[in-house]
Design a protein around this ligand. Structure first.
Ligand SMILES: *Cc1c(COP(=O)(O)O)cnc(C)c1O
Length: 365
């Protein structure tokens, strides 16, 4: 079986770069979805060891798994809980709740009171994302909720940008203004809301003025940015597997499905048992979001057709081109002239989020 190889030094490099950019703002390490594919608990431990002392998840099961694995730092829920069992679980595990509505506040308060326990919470504000949170114009609802929670102590308030990766800055700046205006109004009303946070990776990099008291970072730690890197981030995570077969094909021979590759000369081919079922060459579809975006979409398609992204496998530092299409569980690599044998490990760039969680994660110093 292939494995996801994770070079700790790359992660540490990305963490250090992020710390410098965050300056005095705290960093909340977002480890949702199996730690962006890096393996929830192992990745979280590495973050904690490297000075990240607040983690955030979107699923209560992940929060519990972190506690069970011996992680004692603050863990923040980024999604509200509305089920009694989940809230009880969060309270029992000292998870910082996300309160995103009056009902959510009332439910959390009533359960905490029943159990005679206390918890911390961050207030979630919707400044335009449209998923979670008190609408930013519902000041009275927010004040009412905070006043009526006697067992839930508000230690933070946050919102989330929806277009900070886009070229246009207007949405992001508008959201930022809405958020800070609301926070200021709460402060004027003598409502304590603790620390303010709104920026994730893109905003930290593009709009450093939005850092506030904390930034919530996921992608930057993995070195995966939606725009060209100018900070020195490196992508973390490579899919690795050992060569299972080597053979030589004559010129004019097909390789793989769909008749997409024909050898031009005698070619030595290594077969590596790694494929799209393991996340290799998997990427998100980029559907056209509407007529207004059509020209940009067509340009994008054209660019990909004319300059397709070539996939390489690596052994040590040497790159070997992938030949033909990536299969479900195997791929052919051109190793003509190289001194490689069956059993040698080949590594491929991959987005860890697409690597099935059953595939082992191998952390290397
Ligand atoms: C996922 C997530 C983040 C982290 O975003 P990145 O762009 O990966 O840094 C921050 N905040 C919220 C609410 C999220 O859901």
């Amino acid at each position: 079986m292939p494995a996801l190889f994770i070079d700790q030094n790359i992660l540490k490099n990305n963490i250090e770069i992020t710390k410098e950019l965050a300056k005095d703002s705290q960093i909340i390490g977002v480890v949702k979805e199996n730690g962006y594919g890096l393996g929830l608990c192992e990745y979280a431990r590495l973050l904690v060891e490297n000075g990240i002392n607040i983690l955030a998840v979107t699923d209560i099961d992940e929060a519990v798994a972190l506690r069970k694995s011996g992680i004692h730092c603050d863990i923040l829920m980024l999604t509200p809980l509305y089920q009694r069992a989940e809230l009880e679980c969060a309270l029992a595990n000292y998870i910082i709740l996300c309160i995103a509505s009056c009902e959510g506040g009332e439910l959390a308060e009533s359960i905490a009171r029943e159990l005679n326990t206390y918890a911390r919470a961050h207030i979630c504000i919707d400044t335009g994302f449209g998923r979670y949170g008190f609408p930013d114009n519902r000041l009275q609802d927010i004040i009412y909720t905070i006043h009526h929670m006697q067992h839930i102590c508000v230690t933070g308030i946050y919102s989330h940008f929806y277009a900070s990766a886009c070229r246009k800055s207007q949405y992001t700046l508008e959201q930022f203004n809405r958020f800070t205006n609301l926070c200021d109004k709460l402060e004027e009303a003598s409502i304590f809301t603790g620390f303010r946070h709104i920026a994730a990776t893109c905003a930290l990099l593009k709009y450093p003025e939005t850092r506030l008291d904390a930034v919530r970072i996921g992608s930057a730690f993995l070195g995966r940015l939606p725009f060209p890197d100018q900070w020195g981030y490196k992508p973390a995570g490579m899919l690795e597997a050992a060569i299972s077969d080597i053979h030589t094909l004559p010129a004019g021979h097909n390789i793989g499905y769909g008749h997409t590759y024909i050898t031009r000369k005698k070619t030595t081919v290594a077969i590596v048992p790694a494929g799209y079922s393991h996340g290799l060459d998997v990427r998100r579809a980029n559907p056209c979001p509407g007529i207004a975006h059509l020209p940009r979409h067509i340009l994008h398609l054209l660019k990909n057709a004319l300059f397709p992204e070539k996939l390489y496998g690596f052994h040590n530092r040497q790159a070997f081109p992938v030949l033909g299409r990536v299969g479900m569980n195997s791929v052919a690599v051109d190793i003509t002239g190289a001194n490689l044998s069956v059993g040698d490990v080949i590594r491929f760039p991959v987005n860890p989020i697409f690597v099935d969680s059953n595939i082992p994660r191998r952390y290397k110093l």
